[in-house]
Every structure is written in C-alpha cells, then in structure tokens.
Design a protein around this ligand. Structure first.
Ligand SMILES: NC(=O)c1ccc[n+]([C@@H]2O[C@H](COP(=O)([O-])OP(=O)(O)OC[C@H]3O[C@@H](n4cnc5c(N)ncnc54)[C@H](OP(=O)(O)O)[C@@H]3O)[C@@H](O)[C@H]2O)c1
Length: 334
C-alpha cells in the first residue's frame, strides 16, 4: 500500500485516479479547494487554495510515496515542488500533448520539441494552456530531475467528459432525433486518438508507482475520423438516416472544428498543421503498460452513464451542434 497525494483529485481525471488508487488499497489524500465537485469518498481531504500562502503546509507535514500533480498553472507547479519535493518519493506531473510546439508530423515521439515554457510569474490564460503545461513540466524537472514522470495525455474521453468532445457523437446517435448530421472527411485525412479516462488513470498510477521517469505520450489508438463516428453510431444502435456533411463547408456555415458550441466535435481543422495532432506515437506508453479498452466500449459506457444528461442546456451544448443549427444545416444540404 502506498501513500499517495493528489494535487487536485476533485474533478474528472484526478477523481478517477483517486478512486482507482483507493480501490487498489492505497491511502489517498487530495489537496484542492473542493469547490466544484467535492472530495472523493474515502480520500483524506486537504482543503486549500493554491493561490494563498501556506497552501502546502499540511501536506508538507507528511511524507508521500507518490505525488500526482494535475495543475495547468506554472506558479502552482513551482510552489508545489518547492514545498513538497523533499517529502515525496516519486512525482507524476500530468502534462498534455498540447505542450508540443508542432502537431504536423504523424508518429512524433516524446523527443519532439515543446512550446516555449510559460514562466511561473506570468498570468495564466486558457490561450496559453500548451505553453503553461510546458512550463509546469520544466519546473518539475528543474526541481526533481530524474525523479519525475511527465505524462502527456492526448484527448481524454469517457463518461462525464466535461468538455463534451467525446460524449457528443455517442449521445447524439442515442438521443432519438433523426436524421443525424455526420462529418464527411472528403480527403480521409483526419484522425482521432481518444484515451479512456479510466485507462489513463490506471496508467498514471501504474507508471508512477513503478517509478517510471521522463516524458511519455499517453494516447489512444489512432483511428480515422469516419471509423470513430461509425463506432459511436454502432454503440448507440442507431439505424436511422445519416446526412453526410462535407467538411469544406464548415467555414462558410460558421461551424467550428474540434470543440465548443456550434462545432463538429473531434473534427480537426483542415491542413498540414494538424496532420500529426491525433497521431502521436504511443509506443513508449504501451511498453510501460498502458492498456486501452476498445473505443466502442468507451462510447457504450458514455451512453449508459451520460445518456440521461441533457446535452443541450440553456447556454447550448458544451460541444457540438444545437438541434436547431443541425436542422438548419441539414435543410441547406437538401
Ligand atoms: N481533457 C483532456 O482531453 C486533456 C488532455 C490532455 C491533458 N489533460 C490534463 O488532464 C488533467 C485533467 O484533470 P482533471 O480532470 O482532474 O481536471 P482539472 O480541471 O485539470 O483539475 C484541476 C484540479 O486542481 C484543483 N484546483 C484548481 N485550482 C485550484 C486552486 N486555486 N487551489 C487548489 N486546487 C485547485 C481543482 O479542484 P478544486 O476546483 O476543487 O479546487 C481540480 O481538482 C489536467 O492536468 C489537464 O491539463 C486533459
């Protein structure tokens, strides 16, 4: 049994890591404000705001076999390693493939160049997410050297995905409305690489407790976009009409790529800049024990767990087309 400190643990991935670690019999402590989701049952809670002095004092009074850090803010990453590194056996920083400088080359491995690191004194904004993750990595290595594992997930999917990117297609096929507008990738150039949140959590724990160090891409199996949409359709058992939407129309129709309202989720922008975005090398992670369930299972579980959740809220869907927008596009294609 290990003593594990999670810096976070109250939201999606962090909570999944905490619950899996508890399930394996480890002693788990989560440090967070606890404002959004509350602390996972069974974990010890350290309620602290990392923007304030003394946030790590309680955690620094113990020693930890493993610390799992989830922040996106370099200032948090710096303060945490400074306060807790002397008390930590091993350290995992959950980074992101967004930390890479380029996304144009399929098959790129961990040695690929990162974005210039955002400094810990700089104000964090969501636009700087990739540079901030690179900055957190840099600060972690500067303090911990070899005694840190840097996990770089690609797109994370599964039940409860707060971004709505991986839930849109299975839930859309399952919601009973016909027909369904689906992307038609005219040049078959688009890919998707979804790692299930539960498989990622298991990998982070396994690799962290094994003392792995250095960077590793933790990504799903790469799949052509069309196969991913077909998998969502099949998971929902949808046999109704589908209307193919030619992706070259997106800009003229005001349809966004990838994520957010008015988007076709999972559809990457056209062009070479993103040709390798969802085609990162997974070889190291597989060597280190990443086990991935089939995407069909992830989609089926999303439908089972999230099917009753209203996807289109008052402010519109988190990601995807509203029913009205989709009907309008279908009308234009008729
Ligand atoms: N989604 C993807 O596809 C994707 C892809 C690549 C990498 N990632 C990475 O995967 C991780 C996802 O983590 P997650 O799902 O657990 O969600 P998250 O939103 O990244 O979690 C942040 C955690 O930090 C805590 N926190 C935030 N501000 C705080 C503060 N001022 N003081 C104390 N605690 C604070 C939050 O809890 P409280 O709000 O309760 O304080 C929460 O538990 C992130 O590292 C993300 O960058 C995501």
């Amino acid at each position: 049994m290990a003593k594990i400190l999670i810096l976070g643990g109250t939201q999606w991935l962090g909570r999944t890591i905490a619950l899996q670690a508890l399930g394996e019999g480890h002693e788990v402590t989560c440090l967070a404000r606890g404002t959004t989701g509350g602390f996972p049952d069974g974990a010890t809670a350290i309620t602290a705001d990392r923007e304030t002095d003394g946030a790590y004092d309680l955690a620094a009074a113990s020693s930890w076999d493993l610390v799992v850090e989830l922040t996106r803010k370099p200032a948090h990453a710096k303060a945490a390693v400074e306060a807790l590194s002397p008390h930590a056996g091993h350290w995992v920083y959950v980074s992101s493939c967004s930390a890479y400088a380029l996304h144009s080359k399929p098959g790129a491995a961990e040695a690929a160049q990162l974005l210039a690191a955002l400094d810990s004194s700089a104000e964090y904004t969501d636009e700087q997410y990739g540079a901030a993750k690179a900055g957190c990595e840099w600060l972690t290595v500067a303090s911990r050297g070899n005694a840190a594992l840097l996990v770089r997930p690609g797109l994370i999917g599964g039940p409860g995905d707060p971004s709505g990117r991986t839930t849109y297609w299975p839930l859309r096929f399952a919601d009973g409305r016909e027909p369904v507008l689906v992307p038609q990738d005219e040049d078959d150039a688009r890919y998707v690489q979804i790692v299930d949140v539960r498989d990622l959590a298991a990998f982070i724990l396994r690799a962290g407790l094994d003392g792995r160090h250095g960077p590793v891409n933790a990504v799903g199996a790469e799949m052509p976009l069309g196969d991913v949409i077909a998998s969502a359709q099949s998971a929902a058992g949808y046999t109704g009409e589908v209307i193919a939407y030619p992706l070259h129309r997106m800009q003229q129709d005001g349809v966004e790529p990838w994520a957010g309202p008015c988007s076709l989720p999972l559809v990457l922008p056209a062009g070479n800049d993103f040709a390798g975005f969802a085609r990162r090398s997974d070889r190291k992670a597989l060597r280190w024990g990443l086990v991935r369930r089939p995407l069909a299972e992830t989609f089926a579980d999303i439908i089972a767990a999230d099917g009753a959740v209203v996807v289109a809220g008052a402010d519109g869907p988190r990601s995807g087309l509203s029913a009205d927008h989709e009907a309008e596009l279908i009308g234009q294609l008729a």
